[in-house]
Design a protein around this ligand. Structure first.
Ligand code: GDP
Length: 175
C-alpha cells in the first residue's frame, strides 16, 4: 500500500457531514485500520491515501477529511474541487445529523461536480440501543436522492471497507 507504487488512476474523494459523526475514524479505519476513542480537534484539511486493486488496475484514492472545518461552517469550495466521490456521513444516534443531510447535499451539488458518486453512510451502528434514525429512514432518503447507502461502525469495523469500496469502484466504472 505504498504511496509511491505505480498506479493506473489517481482520484480524489471527500468526507462530509456534521461534526463528530465519525468521519475521521472512518478514514483512519479505511486507510490505516485504526480507531480513536477521542476525536482529535485538529483544524484544517487532511487527507489519506489508499491503493485499491480493481481487476488488473491499481487505483490510488486520495480521501480528504474536513478535520473540523465543518464546526465553523467554513468548508470551502476548494475542498470539493476535483472530487469524484463523497461519503456523506450522519450518526444514527443523533437525529440532527440526519436532518442536516439536506444542507450537505445542497452544498455538494453546488460545489461538487455533477457526476460525483455519493455514498450515504449512517455511522455508529454499534450503538443501536441509542438509535435515533431508523435504518429505513436512511434507505428512503438514499432512494429519493439516488444514492448508495449503508450503515457502518468505524468502532467495530463493520461495513467501512464496503462503503469506501462501493464509492471507489463506482467512480472507476464511470471514468
Ligand atoms: P468527525 O468529527 O466526524 O471526524 O468524528 P470523529 O471520527 O472524530 O468521531 C467522533 C467521536 O465518535 C469520537 O469519540 C469517536 O471515537 C466516536 N466514533 C466514531 N465512529 C464511531 C462508531 O462507529 N461507533 C462509536 N460507538 N463511536 C464512534
Amino acid at each position: 500500500n505504498s504511496v509511491d507504487e505505480e498506479c493506473d488512476y489517481l482520484f480524489k474523494a471527500v468526507l462530509i457531514g456534521d461534526s463528530a459523526v465519525g468521519k475521521s475514524n472512518l478514514l483512519s479505519r479505511f486507510a490505516k485500520d485504526e480507531f480513536y476513542l477521542d476525536s482529535k480537534p485538529t483544524i484544517g484539511v487532511e487527507f489519506a491515501y489508499r491503493n485499491i486493486r480493481v481487476g488488473d488496475k491499481l487505483i490510488k484514492s486520495q480521501i480528504w477529511d474536513t478535520a473540523g472545518q465543518e464546526r465553523f461552517r467554513a468548508i470551502t469550495s476548494s475542498y470539493y474541487r476535483g472530487a469524484l466521490g463523497a461519503l456523506l456521513v450522519y450518526d444514527i444516534t443523533r437525529r440532527s445529523t440526519f436532518e442536516n443531510l439536506r444542507k450537505w447535499l445542497k452544498e455538494l451539488r453546488e460545489f461538487g461536480s455533477p457526476e460525483m458518486v455519493i455514498v450515504l453512510v449512517g455511522n455508529k451502528s454499534d450503538l443501536s440501543q441509542s438509535r435515533e434514525v431508523k435504518l429505513e429512514d436512511g434507505q428512503s432518503l438514499a432512494q429519493l436522492e439516488e444514492l448508495s447507502f449503508m450503515e457502518t461502525s468505524a468502532k467495530e469495523n463493520l461495513n467501512v471497507e464496503e462503503a469506501f469500496l462501493q464509492m471507489i469502484t463506482r467512480i472507476y466504472e464511470l471514468n
